[in-house]
Design a protein around this ligand. Structure first.
Ligand SMILES: Nc1ncnc2c1ncn2[C@@H]1O[C@H](COP(=O)(O)OP(=O)(O)OP(=O)(O)O)[C@@H](O)[C@H]1O
Length: 297
């Protein structure tokens, strides 16, 4: 396959086995992410989502399989991939400005102080925190700290952003506001994103594609769900779209009715692609046959 036709991110036959454990947590995990795509992964606790994200980040090694990003194999951490964890992981003794400057400087080690400062201010403004730029993390709310984490990840201009339940600990109102911000920033920057969430509505709002993971052990990506809802999306009226409930029901049914039965490697290694509630999409080059139309309304 030429590098032009290869997907931006390609995950091939990934497996993770911890020493002393019997069966692998997951195995035969295969999926792709296109440049500029926003992909969410959903699955029950313990199926291995964070482990997969850590492998994509280069922070953990897989027992089997390979990850290729932009034509190169991922073998360790890199500024090409920005990670935001649920805990914001800011340096507590540094102000917001200096936390982000630290990241910008790692990308531009020879830039002047004024250049770094200008970039920091741009990314802090992006997440609406200009007024708090000289505060320390302890002086910020949980939502503000997560915003700083997001600004920091964007400030390294990663080829791919990896988000591990970044809004999991936030109240619903704050979560909604930051989701809207992320939606806007991603629309502006065409950032490629891989995000773990437990929140079906969050995935529907943000994702182009939702990976459904079966339960472990020997979990797999059981299904790839294309999100038929058009962009731009707005939380306030998304649920009026005809495809909203077919999509939502499909995701919930998977989690409630199907995920457990597909544990122990019962999900197919090459997951089917479905588009609930919408007309079937035309097959893409190099993609296997798609599942027939699933109108569940
Ligand atoms: N270092 C480790 N040693 C042994 N087992 C581990 C280790 N790290 C994770 N595991 C096990 O691997 C499995 C997958 O963990 P992981 O955190 O990737 O799941 P997850 O799907 O992200 O879960 P959650 O949704 O609860 O965050 C779990 O059963 C966990 O106990």
């Amino acid at each position: 396959m030429s590098s032009e036709s290869r997907p931006f991110l390609q995950v091939e036959g990934l497996a993770k086995r911890y020493p002393g454990a019997g069966e692998p947590v997951f195995e035969g995990v295969n999926f792709t992410v296109e440049r500029g795509e926003f992909v969410c992964i959903i699955g029950h606790s313990g199926c291995g989502k964070t482990t997969i994200l850590n492998v994509l980040a280069g922070l953990e090694s897989a027992s089997e399989g390979h990850v290729f990003m932009d034509g190169r194999e991922v073998v360790g951490p890199s500024l090409d991939r920005g990670v935001v964890f649920q805990g914001h992981a800011l340096l507590p003794w540094l102000s917001v400005r200096r936390n982000i400057a630290f990241a910008v400087r790692s990308r531009r080690p020879h830039a002047s102080r004024a250049e770094i400062d200008a970039e920091v201010e741009k990314y802090v403004a992006l997440v609406g925190l200009g007024h708090a730029i000289d505060k320390k993390p302890a002086q910020l709310s949980g939502g503000m700290k997560q915003r700083v984490g997001i600004a920091r990840a964007f400030s390294i201009q990663p080829k791919m952003l990896l988000l591990d339940e970044p809004f999991g600990a936030l109240d619903a109102l704050t979560r909604g506001t930051i989701q809207d911000e992320l939606l806007r920033i991603c629309a502006e920057t065409r950032q490629t994103v891989f995000m773990i969430t437990h929140d079906v509505d969050e995935a529907i709002l943000l994702a182009d594609k939702i990976l459904l993971m079966s339960n472990g052990p020997r979990a797999r990506i059981a299904e790839i769900v294309e999100n038929p809802l058009p962009r731009p999306r707005h939380r306030a009226d998304l649920h009026y779209h005809l495809d909203y409930y077919p999509l939502r029901n499909h995701l919930v049914d998977f989690l409630v009715l199907r995920a457990a039965g597909l544990a122990h490697g019962k999900a197919p290694e090459r997951p089917r692609v479905v588009r609930p509630g919408a007309e079937p999409a035309a097959p893409q080059a190099g993609e296997g046959a798609r599942a027939p139309l699933q109108r569940i309304a």
